[in-house]
Write a protein that binds this ligand. Structure first.
Ligand code: PRP
Length: 185
């Protein structure tokens, strides 16, 4: 029988309803900022953690939107972020100057990924690059970085679900949970 992944959850940190409400609020904020722009909006999801959030966010936006994805790695199998940013799936398009880009992330931890990715995209011609993170964990910051749009500030606990994984598991949970210590300890 399939193991019930919910048995590994110590507690629910953010419920499905709370996530829905935050996604709506973030969409309204982005819509408002996009109101007077002549350019199209491009949501750039960072694989894999952002996919669930990105899917819900794009449905809530009133602004017409295009989507694209990049994959960068900063963690490996460990639970501690390293300083390196490695692009493992790059953007194939060369038309970034034509868009307002909003990078969509599930979580900001050390700040390494976004503090390197934003200048990288500007270097590729994107004039307007903003960042939207569902979760922000400022206690783990190694590089100063503040997203333009933030869903929730979370404490320094091992969060999983709604796209976030531990060793590639738990992404399908519909809420943000805290993983039991015995699972990763
Ligand atoms: C996570 C998360 C961010 C990054 C944040 O991705 O989705 O991309 O780490 O950490 P940082 O602020 O310390 O750079 P991860 O490398 O775990 O890959 P995943 O999205 O495929 O799970």
């Amino acid at each position: 029988m399939k193991k019930n992944i919910k048995d590994d959850v110590k507690k629910v940190l953010i419920t499905e309803d709370e996530i829905k409400e935050a996604v709506r609020r973030l969409a309204r904020e982005i819509d408002e900022d996009q109101k007077n722009s002549e350019k199209e909006l491009l949501l750039l999801g960072i694989l894999k953690g952002s996919v669930v959030f990105m899917g819900d966010l794009m449905k809530e936006l009133q602004t017409p939107v295009q989507i694209d994805f990049m994959k960068v790695s900063s963690y490996g199998a460990s639970t501690v972020s390293s300083g390196e940013l490695k692009i493992t799936l790059d953007l194939l398009r060369e038309d970034l100057p034509d868009y307002d880009v909003v990078i969509v992330e599930d979580i900001i931890d050390s700040g390494n990924t976004l503090s390197k990715l934003v200048p990288y995209l500007r270097g590729r011609g994107a004039n307007n690059v903003r960042t939207c993170a569902l979760l922000d964990k400022p206690a783990r910051r190694k590089v100063p970085f503040a997203p333009d749009y933030t869903g929730f500030t979370v404490p320094d606990e091992f969060v999983i679900g709604y796209g976030l994984d531990y060793n590639e598991r738990y992404r399908e949970l519909p809420y943000i949970g805290v993983l039991k210590e015995e699972v990763y300890g």
